[in-house]
Design a protein around this ligand. Sequence first.
Ligand SMILES: [Zn+2]
Length: 345
Amino acid sequence: MKMKAIVKPYRRPGLELHEVDKPVPADDEVLIRICKTAICGTDLHIYNWDEWSQATLKPPLTIGHEYVGVIEELGKNVKGLELGHVVSGEGHIVCWHCRNCRAGNMQWCRNTKGVGVNRDGAFAEYLCIPAINVINIGEDIDTDIVSFFDALGNATHTALMFDVIGEDVLVTGAGPIGIMAAAICKHNGARNVVITDMNEYRLDLAKKLGITSTVNIKTEKLEDIMPKKGLVEGFDVGLEMSGSINALKQMLKNMRNGGKIAQLGLFSSNTEINWNDIILKGLTIKGVYGRQMFETWYKMAAMVQSGLDLSQLVTHRFHYTQFKEAFDIMNTGNSGKIILNWSEI
Ligand SMILES: [Zn+2]
């Protein structure tokens, strides 16, 4: 049996729609019929064939890891899941035997394999993953939102890294994950949530999701905004989502003594910072990767069920055959989440 899939067939920029073999679930795997997928920054890196992709990917490979689908087939040893369930899936396939896996810290597995990065992904009519990675989704949650639960998981994991109740939070980087992280901090009782970027479209999108304190660092100074928000000693919590060294430097400068920073943004090259800023201020910087398996999935679903409204984040929808148009819009930077439709829920 064959199926359609968006494939990286070669070691250069671009992606192609190919006919590939439809996967067959092993005894402990589940076959998911894909309904909607969302495009992640990672997919854009692969499309553009940047340095990270060149070092990481081994084409040919079906890409994609943000999706919602329906269970089509179960391996014979799978328990607790049923045909027809609406599901998404954790994109890290872990080993379950390294020290971190055995300690329950699967997000730090040393042998992790990424769906759509190290093994075939979800931009296809069907996806096969281990049953343990399948996440059942409540029927009360909009499937548009579920299609990017993987990304919401990164935002949730970062935003919940430190206590934000009553705190002043600085989010640097208003891409979809930064905006979602800011919305989560508001949802969870932060006093002020300030988000910075250099792209006006993205800051406007943040406003649509209720993040009213936006700073375009091209034209405005963060330091001018802070007193207006009642910030005297600096930000209590920083979420660095951009991977921009200038953003991190600005954050370090504007944290209060004893502040805490969660660092999700990946830097594209070696970066130099003034370590004395960190030492003398007693700052904590925590690297954040992936999601906590599987508690983060529970938390994000619960927050959406309790009123975290992310519907405005979806800015474009395409049929999967129009994927090139979708990626070209992503490359302009003027988009929120872009959804590709594959089949009916
Ligand atoms: Zn492991």
